[in-house]
Structures are given as structure tokens and as C-alpha cells.
Ligand binder design. Structure first.
Ligand code: NAD
Ligand code: ADE
Length: 507
């Protein structure tokens, strides 16, 4: 690891890329074919994203995001490209990075960079980044040049928000971040990039940055959790909108999105027959429920794990066995983590699993499965890692005796323990992402118009906007809504045009 004093031009760690590159993009493939493929898929997606297309029409004249500099840290997929171009059409100047090292669709990045009408977007993302490249990309997307920061951020998981907050906190303490104090490989990279930035720019860089950022809208459960922790310890530096907890986000994307993309990923990665296999889903929240539905569709035999009695009771009512992971180790074929928590499947668990068990994670971060524990076993020779293809690895244990012929057994780990649906497939389909991203655009408009009045808080969008997002997607399904009479509306105490439910209603 580099400890040399960094300059603006010095390469960041092993990337070979200047710390502050000034590049207007860095992606894998800007060939004509990649651009064509990306653009054609964006056109198909637009047809399936009526919410975003309606906002483009609604705000074509008023351009409510004019003057905003929006940095996005969110999977660089085809669906995200439609979001990016919508933000652009509403007047924003944007820069983008993926929020996961494996989730970029390179043709989506190509089409976004090529742009429409010579209006290409600076994108820093490619499929299969190293962690060092990932954090370098985040820094490039955050910096508009001359140390100009974004005014708004679209975050997914909170990495961009975290980098600014952590950099700021080291400046307050007057300390140089020290990678040798890190608990894991990724934290060491984060501390190194912050140390290099401090060496190059001094002790006010992130302070100036944080002053320029007016707000962030956060996409996912785990990122939202990080934001509420910051409110609790009074360290939040700018207002935030919790997009995840719009009903039209978490009760759709997290559930129905995962219902589509979980089995898509397992099938693309392994081609294994899921029907009749024993599968366990750890966590029966929104993502867990969608994952279970997906496996049910394949007629797998499904159990779940939970810590929460309410979710456990829901699972029981759904006819599922609620067990512990330990009970599944001997005879389950597929293990899926969906908790947003850490240390769900340990290295010891994996040593006890049956031969060729498939292990994957659909929660945001890679610490649900103890990949660090497995890596440590690589060093001691207790396990071998064999690449079957990118994002699909056989881990062969050398000292177990329940593999073929009484030798070591193997397990198959997908996407190196990271989000399997985006690492081994292409994430959720456009229609469900349209609902999520329509909320994102509405949140960005709200921040652009009202950030300062929100204060250092996390808020959700009002229910009438949630209902608007749903309404924009009904025509796709030929839905004919029943209209309340005036009399009925006053009888149940709602407006004739909504909102139709009180804030505490849980759907
Ligand atoms: P959630 O809070 O609704 O569900 C998580 C569930 O896990 C909860 O019911 C909780 O009780 C349970 N849990 C926590 N610790 C556990 C443990 N040790 N063992 C068993 N169960 C445990 O959250 P969610 O919206 O379902 O999100 C889960 C994760 O998925 C988050 O990290 C989120 O950011 C991520 N996410 C991923 C995608 C994707 O496309 N892959 C989409 C949306 C959300
Ligand atoms: N999260 C889950 N699926 C996604 C997709 N297709 N694009 C962006 N973010 C996602």
C-alpha cells in the first residue's frame, strides 16, 4: 500500500490513475457497437419506464433542476441511464459512478457517455472494478473540477455520502487518515484515498465540499439506515430524502424487483435446476419476501431465518419453515442472504455445507457472507479459490471429508458475496425501477426547491407523491380505478383525489 505523499497528479494506489484526473469519463468500452447496443436497450427501457417519461413531459418547459449539479452513485445499468437522462432533461448537470464494483452494464455506460445531441454524461464505472478503482471513480464523479462539488447527490448505499462525511471528520480532528487502522480491505482503501486527498488538498477540502452539497436522496434500506444513524449522533452534514421508504419503492423494487432478478442471477450464473432444491433465505423483510416468491415460482423447498418475531410469524403464515442457518448446513442446496446485516453466513458454516452448495447475497454489502474469513483461509491453504467464470467461483476446502470420494467439498459463491442480482444478472427490470427512479427524481426536485428548509434531517416524500408515482404506472397494466364519490370520501375521511391512506398505514 502506498504511503508516499500524494500529489494531484500522483496515481492512486495500484490504479495507475491520477488522483484528481480531470478526465471527462472512464468506462470499459466506447466502441460504436457498445454505444449502439446501449442506446437500443435504453429505448426499450424507456417504453417500460412510464413514470420517468411522464416527468420528462411534465417538466419539459419549467426544467426544475436547472442549475443543479447532481452526482449519482448508483448501479450504472440501462435503467439508471434512463434516470440520468431524465435528470439531464430536467436541467441538471450530472456526473455518475456505480455503487458496486460488479453492477455496471458497460454498454449502458457507453450510451450514457456518448449521450444524445452531443450531451454526453461523465461516467466513471465499468464491470469488474477493483476496490481501489471503485473509490477512485467515486472521487472523480464527485469533483466537477477546480474543487467544485455537486449541489445534490443521488446515493445508493451511502458510499458517496460516507466519503464526504469521513473526509470532513478527519479534517475536524486535524488527523491524517491511517489505512493501517482499518478493519478490512475496503476500509483501508477508503482511508488511503482520504489520506491522499488530504495530502494533495489540505485540511479544508471536504469542508468546502460539504458546504456546497445541499442534499442527498438515498435509494436503499442500508443507505437509509446509515443516514438515520448520522441524525442520531448529530453528524449529518446535509438534508436527506429517504427514497427507500416511499411505498412505491420498498414495497415494489425490494419485493417484486428481487422476485425477478434473484433467480435470473442464479440461473445465469450456474444454470442449476432450482425446482425441488432446498433453499434458505436469511432475512424475511422486503427483499427476503421477494426472494422467497422467486424461489417458490421455481418450486424450490424454502426455509427462512429471522430475528424478528413479526417477520417470522409472517413467514409461518406463508407456509415457510423458520429455522436457523445451522439447521440448514447439512442438506440445503442454496443459501441466500437478504438481511442488510453482517456475519450471516460464516466461514465455519461454509465448511459444513454440502458439496456444491450455492451461496449468494442479495443485500447491499458483501459482509453478510464472511468473504474475509474465506480469504484468510486461502492464505493458510485450507481452501482453494477456482474461477469458473467472472463472478462465479468454486471454493474447494482442502481439509474436509464430505466431498467426492471422502475428500474436500466445494461450495459455489456468486458475485464474490456482493449483490448477486446486479453482479450475475442485470438487476431489476425497467418497470419496477421506473417506480423507484420516479421517486428519486421527485426527491431531487424537492431538494432543489426546499433543501434548506428541511434542515439536517432525513425525510420521506409525502403520500400524495407516492400515490402519484403509482398512478403514473397504472396505464401500463390497463388499470381502471374506481372513483370515490364525495360522500364516500368524507365517510372514510380522505380526499376524493387522495391521499387515500393515513401516514401510519402499512400496505
Ligand atoms: P428489511 O429491513 O425489510 O429486511 C431485512 C430483514 O432481515 C429484517 O426482517 C430483519 O429482521 C432481518 N434480519 C436482520 N438481521 C438478521 C439476522 N442476523 N438473521 C436473520 N434475519 C435478520 O430490509 P430490505 O429492504 O429487505 O433490505 C435488505 C437488504 O437488501 C439491504 O441491504 C438493502 O439495502 C438491500 N437491497 C437490495 C436490493 C437489490 O436489488 N439487491 C434491492 C433493495 C434492497
Ligand atoms: N437496483 C436493482 N436493480 C437495479 C437496476 N436494474 N438498475 C439500478 N439499480 C438497481
Amino acid at each position: 500500500m502506498s504511503t508516499a505523499i500524494a500529489t494531484i497528479e500522483a496515481p492512486f494506489m495500484s490504479t495507475g490513475l491520477p488522483l484528481f484526473s480531470g478526465y471527462d469519463h472512464k468506462i470499459a468500452d466506447l466502441s460504436e457497437e457498445a454505444i449502439r447496443f446501449g442506446r437500443k436497450e435504453i429505448e426499450l427501457a424507456e417504453h417500460e419506464m412510464p413514470g420517468l417519461m411522464a416527468l420528462r413531459e411534465e417538466f419539459a418547459e419549467t426544467k426544475p433542476l436547472e442549475g443543479a449539479r447532481i452526482m449519482g452513485s448508483l448501479h450504472m445499468t440501462i435503467q439508471t441511464a434512463v434516470l440520468m437522462e431524465t435528470l439531464q432533461d430536467l436541467g441538471a448537470d450530472i456526473r455518475w459512478v456505480s455503487c458496486n464494483i460488479f453492477s455496471t452494464q458497460d454498454h449502458a455506460a457507453a450510451a450514457a457517455v456518448a449521450g444524445r445531441n452531443n450531451n454526453g454524461i461523465p461516467v466513471f464505472a465499468w464491470k469488474g472494478e477493483t476496490l481501489e478503482e471503485y473509490w477512485w471513480c467515486t472521487l472523480q464523479a464527485l469533483n466537477w473540477g477546480d474543487d467544485v462539488a455537486p449541489t445534490l447527490i443521488v446515493d445508493d448505499g451511502g458510499d458517496a455520502t460516507m466519503l464526504i462525511h469521513l473526509g470532513y471528520e478527519y479534517e475536524v480532528k486535524g488527523e491524517r487518515p491511517d489505512p493501517s487502522t482499518a478493519d478490512n480491505e475496503e476500509e483501508a482503501v477508503v482511508l488511503q484515498i482520504l489520506a491522499d486527498v488530504q495530502d494533495a488538498k489540505g485540511l479544508r477540502y471536504w469542508h468546502q465540499f460539504a458546504e456546497m452539497v445541499r442534499g442527498v436522496s438515498e435509494e436503499t434500506t442500508t443507505g437509509v439506515h446509515r443516514l438515520y444513524q448520522r441524525v442520531e449522533d448529530k453528524s449529518l452534514l446535509f438534508p436527506a430524502i429517504n427514497v427507500n421508504d416511499s411505498v412505491t419503492k420498498s414495497k415494489f423494487d425490494n419485493v417484486y424487483g428481487c422476485r425477478h432478478s434473484l433467480v435470473d442471477a442464479i440461473m445465469r450464473a450456474t444454470d442449476v435446476m432450482i425446482s425441488g432444491k432446498r433453499a434458505i433465505v436469511c432475512g424475511f423483510g422486503d427483499v427476503g419476501k421477494g426472494s422467497v416468491d422467486a424461489l417458490r415460482g421455481q418450486q424450490a423447498k424454502i426455509s427462512i431465518t429471522e430475528i424478528d418475531p413479526i417477520c417470522a410469524l409472517q413467514a409461518s403464515m406463508a407456509g415457510l419453515d423458520v429455522i436457523t442457518v445451522e439447521k440448514a448446513l447439512d442438506d440445503f442446496d442454496i443459501f441466500i442472504t437478504a438481511t442488510g446485516n453482517k456475519d450471516i453466513i460464516t466461514a465455519d458454516h461454509m465448511m459444513r455445507m454440502k458439496h456444491n452448495a450455492i451461496v449468494c447475497n442479495i443485500g447491499h454489502f458483501d459482509n453478510e457472507i464472511d468473504m474475509a474469513g474465506l480469504e484468510a483461509m486461502l492464505d493458510t491453504g485450507d481452501v482453494q479459490k477456482i474461477e469458473i467464470k467472472p463472478q462465479v467461483h468454486e471454493w474447494r476446502f482442502t481439509n474436509t471429508t464430505h466431498g467426492p470420494n471422502g475428500g474436500g467439498h466445494s461450495i459455489i459463491i456468486l458475485a464474490e458475496g456482493r449483490l448477486v442480482n446486479l453482479g450475475c444478472a442485470t438487476g431489476h427490470p425497467s418497470l419496477v425501477m421506473s417506480a423507484s427512479f420516479t421517486n428519486q427524481v421527485l426527491a431531487q426536485i424537492d431538494l432543489q426547491e426546499n433543501a434548506e428548509s428541511i434542515g439536517m434531517k432525513v425525510i420521506t416524500l409525502p403520500k400524495h407523491l407516492d400515490e402519484k408515482v403509482a398512478r403514473l404506472h397504472l396505464a401500463k397494466y390497463g388499470v381502471e380505478l374506481t372513483k370515490l364519490t364525495n360522500d364516500q370520501a368524507s365517510y372514510i375521511g380522505v380526499g376524493q383525489e387522495g391521499p387515500y391512506k393515513p401516514g401510519h398505514y402499512r400496505y
